[in-house]
Design a protein around this ligand. Structure first.
Ligand SMILES: C[S@@+](CC[C@H](N)C(=O)[O-])C[C@H]1O[C@@H](n2cnc3c(N)ncnc32)[C@H](O)[C@@H]1O
Length: 213
């Protein structure tokens, strides 16, 4: 962590707000904004949060679903416990992790969230392709587990494959939006693809055979 990066972070209003309001990440405000705009998560919902660590989105999801709802969080990285959030350590690209998630969801889910991001290599076309790969896995999982009418949101590092991915989402959801929350850093190339109203059409990831175990 460089000195200038630390200084920039201190000036960041969302970073300071997250500290003040006890959210684990400034990303919490992106989900709040997306939810406010599209009414994604309702009280009592069963929500899956993919790429959940350190847990800002899971905290917001747990607040939105309230005491009657459930939140299941998945990540490659460790996760400190959050009340009313069940954490599964795993990889969305692996059948074994999906099976562990599905064990908790015999009645399906109302909402699938994904803020997954690959480690940044610095080679943007490569990072974009890996982001799209994660999005496709998130979409495939969402179309496997969502009830009809359910909602989906995923982060994408914007690039030339975004349009093709949005078309895939359109086949399975009644409404699709691409949004750039204010809480996203100005220099960031990320956008969020939001699918409202799952229509039951399942999708399998383009690279379904890679990384499976
Ligand atoms: C930007 S962070 C998520 C921040 C989180 N939404 C929050 O509010 O705290 C992206 C996360 O995606 C996770 N991730 C990346 N690839 C993954 C994969 N294949 N399966 C599960 N999680 C993954 C990373 O480990 C990382 O913790």
């Amino acid at each position: 962590m460089t000195k200038s990066w630390r200084a920039d972070r201190k000036k960041d209003q969302y970073y300071r707000k997250a500290k003040r309001e006890n959210y684990r990440s400034r990303a919490a405000y992106k989900l709040k904004e997306i939810d406010f705009k599209f009414d994604l998560v309702r009280p009592g919902d069963r929500v899956v949060d993919l790429g959940a660590s350190p847990g800002g989105w899971s905290q917001v999801a747990a607040e939105l679903v309230g005491g009657d709802g459930e939140v299941y969080a998945l990540d490659l990285a460790r996760f400190s416990p959050i009340e009313r959030v069940t954490f599964i350590r795993g990889d969305i690209r692996k059948d074994s992790s999906i099976a562990r998630l599905l064990e908790h969801l015999p009645h399906g889910a109302d909402v699938v969230l994904s803020d997954m991001a690959p480690n940044i290599s610095g080679n943007y076309p490569y990072d974009h392709a890996r982001s799209i790969d994660l999005c496709e896995h998130a979409l495939a999982f969402a179309t496997q587990v969502l009830r009809e009418g359910g909602n989906f949101v995923t982060k994408v590092f914007y690039g030339d494959m975004t349009k093709g991915f949005v078309s895939m989402v359109r086949r399975s959801f009644g409404e699709v939006h691409v949004t750039h929350p204010k809480a996203t850093r100005a220099a960031s190339s990320e956008v969020y693809v939001v699918g409202i109203g799952f229509n039951g059409a399942r999708v399998s990831p383009r690279n379904a055979s890679s990384g499976r175990s």
